[in-house]
Design a protein around this ligand. Structure first.
Ligand code: KIV
Length: 279
């Protein structure tokens, strides 16, 4: 089956439609999302926190990102898999080109995402010229937020809002296929979206974006940490998993698991021979 591409995102935007995207990092997360009809999967560098237990996205590098991107590609058949270029992996055009090639050529991704606006536009343009579909990311950009103790909304003041629009236009002119807009006032995200020909993918940026993306554990309630308010958690799978595993542990401890039906029955010859085994 042919995979979705960035052209499908652009077609949805052109038709005035919305689409859902989500993060994934391994076979279960990729299978859940694809089976739910989510056809745009980002192997985000939030991998660092949600799967690998780090405190910041800057703790993952190319090897971890490629490992997990390849796992998501192997575990899906039709989704567009987007590799998130990690901290310092696109500091200049040669570095960006080599690392983007590793996502596309070695891991099988269909596009890459990178953070920044005007400042990364020349890098985006070079990648796009080389045939790499690129998705931008503006607003709150975790890789450049090491001085902030927690995620903070961007673009609240008129000058900052104008700068974000400038970033978005620079990315579009550089050939980006779509732009993630994270944690900005919804009115601003709507205004940016209405001024672009390419889709916007909002996270904490309101309903005026073309698409919405969320970090899967925030949506599904997979982890202990409280998800951000904008995630709108729709399940509590952590509690369900803990309850199920508690039941299983209790069944093991009480002898209720395994039952005879869950074992392999020996035949009469084996059972007779067992009596002959030395004691
Ligand atoms: O790494 C990530 O999960 C992301 C999303 C927040 C868009 O970049």
């Amino acid at each position: 089956m042919a995979r979705h591409t960035v052209a499908d995102m652009r077609a949805a935007h052109a038709a005035g439609g919305h689409f859902a995207a989500a993060t994934a990092w391994d076979r279960p997360t990729a299978e859940f999302a694809e089976a739910a009809g989510i056809q745009f999967l980002l192997v985000g560098d939030s991998l660092a926190q949600v799967a690998l237990g780090h405190e910041s996205t800057v703790r993952v590098g190319m090897s971890e990102m490629l490992h997990h991107t390849a796992a998501v590609v192997r575990s899906t058949s039709s989704a567009l898999v987007i590799g998130d270029m990690p901290f310092l992996s696109y500091v200049d055009v040669p570095t960006a080109a080599e690392n983007a090639a590793r996502f596309i050529r070695d891991a099988g991704a269909g596009a890459v995402k990178l953070e920044g606006g005007v400042s990364v536009a020349p890098i985006v343009a070079a990648l796009v010229r080389s045939g790499v579909p690129v998705i931008g990311h503006i607003g709150f950009t975790p890789q450049s937020s090491l001085n902030e103790s927690k995620p903070r909304a961007k673009g609240r003041l008129p000058e900052a809002a104008a700068a974000l629009l400038e970033d978005a236009i620079a990315l579009q002119e550089a050939g980006a296929s779509a732009i993630v807009i994270e944690l900005v006032p919804q009115e601003l995200a709507t205004a940016i979206t209405s001024r672009l020909k390419i889709p916007t993918i909002g996270i904490g940026a309101g309903a005026g974006c073309t698409a919405q993306i969320q970090v899967l554990p925030d949506l599904l309630g997979l982890l202990g940490a409280t998800p951000p308010r904008h995630a709108g958690r729709i399940a509590n799978l952590r509690d369900e998993a803990i309850a199920a595993l508690t039941t299983w542990r209790e069944n093991v401890e009480s002898g209720a698991f395994p039952t005879a039906a869950q074992g392999i029955a020996g035949d009469a010859t084996l059972i007779a021979a067992l009596d002959e085994l030395p004691r």
